[in-house]
Design a protein around this ligand. Sequence first.
Ligand code: ATP
Length: 384
Amino acid sequence: MGEPTALRAKRGNDSVVQASQSDHFSERGVIGSSIAVREAEKQYGSFRAVDRISLDIEPGEFITLLGPSGSGKTTLLNLLAGFQSLDGGEILVDGKPVHNVPTHKRGFGMVFQSYALFPNMTVTQNVAFPMRMAGVDRETTERRVAETLEIMRLSDHARKSPSEMSGGQQQRVAIARAIVMRPKVVLMDEPLSALDRRLRESIQIEIRDLHQTIGSTILFVTHDQGEALTMSDRIAVLDAGKIVQIGRPLEIYRHPTNRFVASFVGESNLIDAEIMQKRGTTMTLKNRAGYVFNAESRDAIDVGRATVLVRPERILVSNEPTATSAPVRVTSAIFLGEILRIEAQMEGGDALLIRCTDTASRPLPAVGDRLHVSWGAEDCWVLS
Ligand code: ATP
């Protein structure tokens, strides 16, 4: 695995200094903790919400737990936070077991979907609260709070009360409060899901930059795959209490291990085909209508039937047949601004979703039109 963003940024200090726009980086940054989850288990009655999960998180890494509702993300985060106790396995932070350490002594920063700000306190007082509770002296508290408000671009709102701020601003205050002590670990449980799309996207970028600035290890929970792809060093995809794949965003998107990950992360076409030939990691396949194409795979796949992933944006569309194309019939076409979203049917019945970006040169096809599609081996991934 490569180096996590924060560590990379710390070593090449230029990017951090630029990101923090300050000469106080040494005070702002920390080296995040390593976290090791070993065979963690949590049961509710006979139901296993976390099913023997193991996960190694590097110091300063940004890890996202991604999965559908009920897959066990929050339960795993709660086990880490100490809100719930393990039924089996262990969790180590910087090599030390934490199961006997109460939540408030773990020293983690936490952000939840509900901002949970104190309504009768100003922004400054909210952010200063953890430092007051920890008995930090006034001068240090004032300096650190001012720095943190600056990092979160909240300095102009310092005297406001939460009720005078928008949802996005309130969540930024909650994040500021979570990081003001410069915790070595920050846990975030769906912090952006109450916000509208534009705001979510801009705070995603802010959190990513913040991670580079403060250097904490961040564990982020979401069911939004776009959010996970945008922010994470690595993504752990959960299904039914287990991690089904863990990897860098590009790897998860391009090379999912199974149908679940392929369908959950991004839009996908899953085509049944017969593997006819195998040369290293490149395979020649034929779908049920007889369309022959090449695809990449992990090398452990045997000849036989297979499911192949083709991402909608990797499909080439032409009006005339080419040497490698297959004919399709358009069943729906929508202009979405930057792309055309075309649904089509291949001969033999496979439905195809196509996201066509050459909107300038291609008019919107009509339902019933015949088009020709093709894709290269590098655009096509055989699932194991
Ligand atoms: P969501 O995205 O909806 O928050 P999640 O992936 O975070 O989902 P969890 O909240 O971890 O999922 O829940 C995992 C499973 O454990 C769910 O089936 C849930 O119903 C169950 N569960 C969680 N907490 C309890 C509880 N206190 N008692 C009984 N079952 C629970």
